[in-house]
Design a protein around this ligand. Structure first.
Ligand code: T6T
Length: 316
């Protein structure tokens, strides 16, 4: 079965339409709306969703905005709702701004499954599937503290306030530092708007302001890639320690080049697959699991080439 699963994963990952067996009026139709089209985390999520949809005979459509932005995600959701799928898998790009369009979907009895991020309205989302981000942020704090010898100035670079996942990572990081790492001097959070170039600019400015900066935690893929690029360009390899969330190809290269000391890899493919499973259960009137936390793996230069770690690295 594993081989078949792998085959399906490869097929689906080849961008093949994961439309499942045949067409037919009784086929369950699901749409996945990503937080950001083309980004490795959400493309790996789509890959897992397509593989599971193919196995379950579900017609899966994948769409997403060109930027992680609720003003771009909202018209996509409105268009999807007009098409009337049986279920909607979505990573909402803002805890407040996405409530209105998702309320429309709910009122049309479209089954909503939240993958990765959530909205503040607890009545939206029959299932919430994501990494335990509070735990992930605390793990990042412990890993960074170990890297800097438990002392020195540390900075967090995140995307925007109001994104549930990275907000939880920040909270977990801050609570861990306050409770268990008295030698760290926490400089606070700066926001990259999920833009690699802005994350680099923030990192460069932070290095100019605090020449003795010891470490940085970047809470997501683009923030980490941008901050790592700045460390590379300023020759701070290994001098300023860095822990990043996610494990996209550019991030893994930075890890192998010694720019970044640890990455927290999520399981976006697993999130996507479980999202399809929960959508099918909801459409069929079967039991749905309200909250499904997925695993995370701390990836370092020492373990990155191990088979069990290679399989959690995100697809290009
Ligand atoms: O870290 C992931 C995701 O979990 C988060 O919600 C937004 O950023 C990413 O998509 C990576 O870019």
């Amino acid at each position: 079965m594993a081989a078949l699963g792998a085959t399906l994963l490869l097929t689906a990952c080849g961008g093949a339409d994961g439309g499942g067996a045949g067409g037919g009026g009784d086929q369950i139709r699901v749409t996945l709306v990503q937080g950001l089209a083309g980004e490795e985390f959400y493309e790996t999520m789509a890959c897992g969703a397509r593989a599971r949809a193919a196995e379950l005979g579900v017609a899966l459509d994948v769409q997403g905005p060109q930027k992680f932005d609720p003003t771009l995600q909202t018209p996509i959701v409105n268009s999807v709702v007009a098409g009337g799928p049986d279920a909607l898998l979505i990573a909402p790009t803002d805890v407040k701004a996405m409530i209105a369009p998702l309320t429309q979907a709910k009122q049309q009895n479209i089954k909503i499954i939240l993958v990765d991020t959530v909205v503040e309205d607890q009545s939206i989302g029959l299932s919430r599937i994501s990494t335990d981000n509070l735990k992930g942020g605390a793990a990042a704090a412990r890993a960074l503290s170990e890297q800097v010898g438990g002392k020195g100035k540390v900075l967090v670079i995140s995307t925007d306030p109001g994104v549930s996942t990275v907000d939880a990572r920040i909270k977990g990081f801050e609570e861990e530092v306050a409770a268990n790492h008295p030698g760290l001097s926490y400089l606070g959070v700066q926001y990259s708007h999920n833009d690699v170039g802005e994350a680099s600019r923030i990192m460069n400015a932070a290095l100019a302001k605090d020449a003795d900066l010891a470490g940085v935690f970047a809470t997501n893929l683009n923030s980490a890639t941008g901050a790592g690029t700045a460390l590379q360009q300023t020759g701070k390899l290994g001098k300023v320690k860095m822990v990043g969330f996610d494990a996209g190809p550019a991030q893994v290269e930075q890890l192998k080049d010694g720019v970044v000391q640890a990455l927290i890899a999520q399981l976006p493919g697993d999130i996507g697959a479980k999202g399809v499973e929960q959508a099918v259960a909801a459409v069929r009137g079967q039991q749905v699991t309200p909250s499904i936390p997925t695993d995370a793996t701390i990836v370092t230069a020492a373990n990155v080439d191990r088979p069990e770690v290679r399989k959690v690295l995100y697809k290009a």
